[in-house]
Write a protein that binds this ligand. Sequence first.
Ligand SMILES: [Ca+2]
Ligand SMILES: [Ca+2]
Length: 380
Amino acid sequence: MATFGQKFDATLKKSFMYTKVKFPFLSLAIGFMLIFVLQSCGLLNKKGEASNKSNRKGEVTGVAKRIRWKQNLPIDMVPIKAGTFWMGQSDEDIAYTQASLNKQITISEFFMDKYEVSNNKYRQFLEAVKSGQLDTDTPTTLKAAPTFDINELKPDSTVWTKSFAFHYGDPLMEFYFDHPAFDAYPVVGVSYDQVQKYCEWRTYHLRANDDVEFDLPAFRLPTEAEWEYAAKGGKEIAKYPWGGPYVKNKRGCLMANFKPGRGNYIDDGFTYTAPVDVFAPNGFGLYNMAGNVSEWVMDAYKVTSRAQTWDLDPVYLDENEPKKIVRGGSWKDISHYLETSTRTYEYQDVAQAHIGFRTVMTFIGRSASMDVNPNKRLKR
Ligand SMILES: [Ca+2]
Ligand SMILES: [Ca+2]
């Protein structure tokens, strides 16, 4: 009869043999399964680059030796990273327009002018058109040079007297655009149609004169949604570009150039417009997204456009609608118009003393390559 010790030994031996035999099969099976799963998810594949093995003649691998594309940031622009936000009113709809309903919107990345376009930058456009020299001797673009009629491009200085009844605007009419004292001030008296021409010129001017073989995307007006997303500066709830809900900071300073109180224009330091780089920038590094001058955006005005447009990069274009949207409020407006969500409009061929603009450029390429922290305040 076997003793307890012998029995124990036999059991041990059996289980040892079992383990020794079974284990390799089990691990092999698990290994194969793992490889199968990883492969089916595409996780074991290489980066998907074209093969450069010389014995692969006849394979389709993409055209070789293409340049690496990196989109340079044009001067005085800031990158706006892609994101999602709640477009629409952030406070009471005081006029009951119901024109700015809330909707979650996603915006792709783009570059935006830090400042409203200044008198002097607009002057460069006029000088270029006047001289007829839109490019260097060997333009680096295949696109034909646009043609402009200088008489259609000049800002309308009479807006300083025409726009307001019983107002002495003659000094501004005489000096605002032409005098060097106002070089750094935002250009006004430019219609929606005129600012489109500026975008066309700036696009050609860059493409023709830079040394980049592949053209950059065009300069253009921002869409209304891009403008509002940019104005909020990366903040979730932003009644004003600095957040809000007040127009003064903790030290009691007004945050923008507008019409504080019931007509105390000078309370913020400026009676009419202010230079484009004064007042603190918002979270994206953009100046005067509230106040100073209202800004043309690309969209036509329609009360119900919010409901009609898509929720990814929306835009409402209508050539038969002469009313185009302006945003941000101006030196002549009360604070309601400075809210990031307030929508107003002007007719596309009408110039005003309180309407200017800024341009944007679509970013092409991977969003991740835009190394921007939206909450970090950029230095001037
Ligand atoms: Ca003011
Ligand atoms: Ca503005």
